[in-house]
Ligand binder design. Structure first.
Ligand code: ADP
Length: 219
């Protein structure tokens, strides 16, 4: 599902990634752990096509698509259709309702509004937010906001979900529920998850735990 070889990233003189090789199967839940500054978020950004490697002699294939030679426009399109993102801070748009926040990536993908809204409603209901469809983010609890962000990540049926400290801002009960949700989704839809986390419980639950240190995966 995801294969990378020799990913390097430099910021000025600082070499943040030093040649990362990775291979992740469809339906795997993989966590990336390691000390702060190890390069975890940078790696996730490259895998998520939000940024490109600094070198040219690398490989990056996701869902059978070779991403290396895609134009920025094609890359955005690929990202919109294939990858769902969940961040530590949900980054919902404050002036839109839960339903609208979830539907927006589907509008961008070209789904007619009616269909997108219906799909957003179904996903929110699946995540236990039936009573919250028309609430704006400020009227939702932290756990609810994060579930809306998960719904938003799911709406275009992405093959891969990438999450950066998804439970970093939640209390332990809400964190547990969110983690359980990831595994339910994997079981149901066979989505592949890559999760950067400091949460030991989540890291231990995952199928595979990758440890990063000084810009490399060390196990
Ligand atoms: P982690 O997620 O493991 O904490 P990061 O990938 O966020 O690590 O950061 C790795 C290193 O790269 C850090 O030293 C960080 O300061 C640096 N870094 C990250 N992004 C940038 C950037 N846009 N410009 C300059 N330095 C950056």
């Amino acid at each position: 599902m995801i294969k990378s070889k020799n990913l390097h990233k430099k910021y000025g003189n600082l070499e943040v990634l030093k040649g990362v090789d990775l291979s992740i199967d469809k339906g795997e839940v993989v966590s990336i752990v390691g000390p702060s500054g190890a390069g975890k978020t940078t790696l996730l950004q490259l895998l998520g096509t939000l940024d490109r490697p600094s070198n040219h002699n690398y490989e990056l294939v996701i869902n059978q698509t070779d991403l290396k030679n895609l134009s920025n426009n094609d890359l955005s399109d690929f990202r919109n259709k294939n990858i769902g993102f969940i961040f530590q801070f949900h980054q919902l748009l404050p002036e839109f309702t839960a339903l609208e926040n979830v539907a927006i990536p589907a509008y961008i993908a070209g789904l007619p509004k009616k269909e997108a809204d219906l799909k957003a409603k179904e996903i929110l209901e699946l995540l236990g937010l039936r009573e919250r469809l028309f609430h704006k983010p400020a009227k939702l609890s932290g756990g609810e906001q994060q579930r809306v962000a998960v719904a938003r990540a799911l709406i275009n049926n992405p093959a891969v979900i990438m999450a950066d400290e998804p439970s970093g801002n939640l209390d332990s009960e809400n964190a547990k529920q969110l983690h359980k949700l990831f595994f339910d989704l994997r079981d149901r839809f066979e989505q592949t998850f890559i999760i950067v986390t400091h949460n030991e419980e989540l890291a231990e639950m995952s199928d595979r735990k990758l440890m990063m240190k000084d810009g490399l995966i060390i196990n």
